[in-house]
Design a protein around this ligand. Structure first.
Ligand code: ADE
Ligand code: ZN
Ligand code: ZN
Length: 261
């Protein structure tokens, strides 16, 4: 393969995945700092020595390419013109992110399951709670959650889905600085507020961010030119990205702490 082909392949492999590695790692790092001693111990025992939750945050995206049946577990296509998640319409066979989070949540809590089953449940859980908070993983406008729309973002050809997976984050401060800022957003009042609700509620919240920010900022297509997005789109999106990732961290910690002290 020529270098150009290899490069094109590497870049295209980033399409369709969840938050980029950084977004998932941030959510998991936030959760990691909020674990109960018992949850921390159990996670450490399950992962084994030298393994960290943050380093495994995108394991589920890595296996997605060769475990094809897991692909739909990363999102739910809630029609943009609907009022929100409808299980019969959006998740009829239980193969969507909402159903899978529930399934892996109960597997992680089930001591009767084998260590390897529970380890895999944990790895899917830490990743999928992040994906649920990527607005375009909970919305669809006949475009695979923005994947099929050609746009130009800061002079580069891309699509809205990729912009939300990693494009906005790539134009934000470095990871450690974001981590500190997100931790500071999590006041005890917000923590209590964000910990409420069901996985369905969180999907609906993400869906509403998709409608009010991600899709709302896309001007109507004019002619055959891809729309050009930049500073204005970035600035409108940043607060939503910060809040969604912080919420993912808080809610993941809550799920992992369940039944522990
Ligand atoms: N494929 C189809 N819909 C999708 C979505 N909302 N997010 C990611 N991949 C998808
Ligand atoms: Zn994605
Ligand atoms: Zn994913």
């Amino acid at each position: 393969m020529s270098r150009t082909v290899v490069l094109a392949w590497i870049l295209s492999a980033r399409l369709l995945l969840g938050w980029g590695v950084e977004g998932h790692r941030l959510a998991v790092r936030i959760a990691g700092g909020m674990l109960s001693p018992a949850a921390r111990l159990e996670i450490g025992r399950t992962l084994g020595p030298g393994e960290s939750l943050a380093a495994l945050a995108s394991w589920a995206d890595d296996v997605r390419t060769y475990r094809k049946e897991t692909d739909p577990w990363h999102y739910v296509d809630i029609p943009l013109d609907s009022t929100g998640f409808d299980r019969k319409r959006d998740c009829p066979r239980g193969e969507c992110i909402v159903a899978k989070i529930a399934e892996f949540r109960s597997q992680w809590r089930n001591p009767a399951l084998s260590d390897s089953k529970r380890r895999e449940a944990l790895l899917f859980l830490i990743h999928l709670v992040g994906d649920l908070h990527q607005p375009l993983h909970c919305a669809n406008n006949h475009d695979k959650g923005g994947n099929d729309v050609h746009v130009v973002f800061f002079h580069r050809p891309t699509n809205p889905h990729a912009i939300w997976d990693y494009g906005i984050l790539d134009h934000m401060p470095p990871e450690d600085q974001l981590f500190t800022a997100m931790r500071a957003m999590i006041t005890s009042q917000r923590e209590a507020q964000w910990s409420r609700g069901t996985v369905e509620d969180w999907a609906n919240e993400s869906f509403h961010v998709a409608g009010s920010v991600a899709y709302a900022g896309l001007p109507q297509v004019s002619g055959s030119q891809p729309m050009r997005l930049g500073e204005a789109y970035q600035l409108a999106a940043e607060p939503a990205v910060r809040e969604q990732i912080a919420k993912a961290g808080v809610r993941l910690a809550m799920i992992l702490n369940e039944g522990t002290r």
